[in-house]
Design a protein around this ligand. Structure first.
Ligand SMILES: *Cc1c(COP(=O)(O)O)cnc(C)c1O
Length: 382
């Protein structure tokens, strides 16, 4: 109990909040946010076209090192659009992890495909290349260059690994394995903007990558997302399908396929441009907080989970690991009663009614993490 009390005071010290509620992650607006948002209002271009959208797309491309970026209304719509343009069809299967936010699986369902839940690695908390290799070797067969699930007969057309809490998965191995099986990789990098793996930005290894700018992410546009890619054809298709598939013409309304209204409004893009200017600063400060946590927990029975090998993390949501589920529950109760927000990781996807019958492997690591890991306050500190 003494450690619990010390932990609470330590967290309060970090955030300079001796008494009030401390959330898990809150946005910081310390740059040119007001200037850009006011400018968008003055321009009257507050909706789905405008200079800030174009600028934000260019800025993201430069920041992460890709050729093309398409801004969207949120991260979920970005994943949905990415799956459609990848050619994932009704009744296909898409490999992902059960330890993820529900949006990953929901986007797969939106295209009528089914998620296949494979285990994560303990250190990255993200899709395990070993589990992936084992599944593909033992549970699938190849026909006409395509990979099919032996049990369900379904075509496995894509793999959607997620970089959990801003840690990177072993994305180079995952891409290499998927290439062997002709499975397209889309990275759900919603949580990992600015995280690098072997020096390269997460979200840029797969054919497509997706980031989210929801209010609780490292930087925010209020609501928003992007799709990134080096493929010109896919970038054009992404833009087209997220803008109602309207064929460019000054006055005629002609749409050549079923499109979506998934555009990022210019008002949100204005906020996003200002936030992106702060990204490096935010990550430095979050990494400072992580290093403070590491020092504090060094000699404690609670384990602060540090970034895995080869990964420089944005430390989006920081994690504590407990010896057992009982200690974890005690700390969750104690911290929340003391107005420090902490929460368990998401319940694994196959526990949710809509995903309970989906294919899954043994989930050994995911179950360990689910029962012992929590998130702690991780906002940018000053
Ligand atoms: C936040 C998040 C999303 C969805 O982003 P929204 O912008 O909230 O739609 C998708 N996947 C993961 C893993 C996320 O954390």
């Amino acid at each position: 109990m003494n450690t619990f009390k010390k932990t609470i005071s330590f967290i309060r010290e970090q955030f300079g909040e001796p008494e009030s509620f401390i959330p898990l992650h809150e946005p910081r607006f310390i740059g040119r946010e007001r200037e850009y948002v006011n400018d968008a209002i003055d321009s009257t271009f507050v909706s789905s076209v405008g200079e800030y959208v174009n600028r934000f797309e260019k800025d993201i491309s430069n920041k992460v090192g890709v050729k093309y970026t398409v801004a969207t209304s949120n991260g979920t719509s970005a994943i949905h659009a990415a799956l459609i343009i990848s050619g994932v069809k009704y009744s296909n299967e898409v490999i992902t992890q059960a330890l993820t936010f529900v949006a990953t699986s929901n986007a797969i369902s939106y295209v009528g495909a089914n998620p296949v839940f494979l285990d994560v690695d303990i250190d990255t908390m993200s899709l395990s290349p070993l589990s992936l290799k084992r599944f593909l070797k033992n549970e699938t067969y190849s026909k006409n260059g395509r990979t099919y699930n032996k049990k369900t007969g379904a075509h496995i057309s894509a793999c959607l690994p997620m970089h959990t809490f801003g840690f990177s998965c072993r994305i180079d191995e995952i891409v290499e394995i998927c290439n062997q099986y002709n499975i397209l990789v889309i990275e759900d990098a919603a949580e990992s903007l600015g995280t690098t793996f072997k020096g390269r930005q997460t979200g840029t290894f797969g054919k497509l990558g997706v980031y989210s700018f929801n209010g609780n992410k490292t930087i925010t546009s209020g609501g928003g997302g992007v799709i990134v890619t080096d493929c010109e054809k896919l970038a054009k298709l992404a833009k087209h399908i997220t803008t109602t598939a309207k064929v460019n013409h000054s006055w005629e309304f002609y749409h050549d396929m079923i499109g979506y209204n998934y555009r990022m409004p210019n008002l949100n893009a204005a906020l996003a441009c200002a936030q992106l200017e702060q990204l490096d600063n935010f990550i430095e400060r979050k990494r400072k907080l992580a290093s403070n946590y590491i020092n504090f927990f060094k000699d404690k029975e609670i384990n602060f989970i540090s970034e895995p090998l080869n990964c420089r993390s944005n430390y989006w949501l920081m994690c504590l690991g407990f010896k057992n589920p009982i200690e974890k529950s005690k700390f969750l109760k104690f911290s929340n009663e003391n107005k420090i927000m902490t929460r368990p990781v998401w319940q694994l996807m196959f526990r949710l009614p809509m995903y309970k019958n989906c294919y899954r492997d043994d989930q050994k690591n995911a179950i360990i993490l689910e029962s012992t890991v929590i998130n702690i306050p991780s906002s940018v500190i000053f």
